[in-house]
Design a protein around this ligand. Structure first.
Ligand SMILES: [Zn+2]
Length: 106
C-alpha cells in the first residue's frame, strides 16, 4: 500500500470494523484472543495478538464486553462475552454499516 497517511487512516477505519466484528462473535459465543486473531485473519485482517488484546481490554473497560477466566488444560484463558450495552452498540453499528454498504457498494 501507498503512503503512510493512507495506512494511518485505514488503520483507524479497520479498528472500528474489528470492534464490530468482535461484538458480533462475542454475541454468538464467548471468544478468546487467539481464536479472534484467527477469525480476523480469515477475513483478511493481519492483526497480531499484541494489537488485539488491548482492543479487547478497552472494550471490556468500556462495558461492551465482560471477561471470564477459565482453566483450559492447566492454563488460564480469558473469555469475553458481549454485555447488553455491547448488544446495543452492535445493533446500532449494524444498522449504520448496512446503510453505508447500500450506498457505497457500487
Ligand atoms: Zn467473523
Amino acid at each position: 500500500m501507498g503512503c503512510s497517511l493512507e495506512k494511518k487512516i485505514l488503520r483507524k477505519l479497520f479498528l472500528g470494523f474489528i470492534q464490530i466484528h468482535i461484538l458480533h462473535h462475542a454475541k454468538e459465543h464467548p471468544i478468546y484472543g487467539v481464536w479472534m486473531v484467527e477469525e480476523l485473519k480469515e477475513h483478511g485482517y493481519d492483526i497480531s495478538s499484541g494489537t488485539l488484546y488491548p482492543i479487547l481490554h478497552s472494550m471490556e473497560s468500556d462495558g461492551l464486553l465482560t471477561k471470564e477466566e477459565r482453566n483450559v488444560e492447566g492454563k488460564i484463558r480469558k473469555y469475553y462475552s458481549i454485555t447488553s450495552n455491547g448488544e446495543q452498540v452492535l445493533d446500532e453499528a449494524r444498522n449504520k454499516a448496512y446503510e453505508l454498504f447500500k450506498e457505497i457498494k457500487d
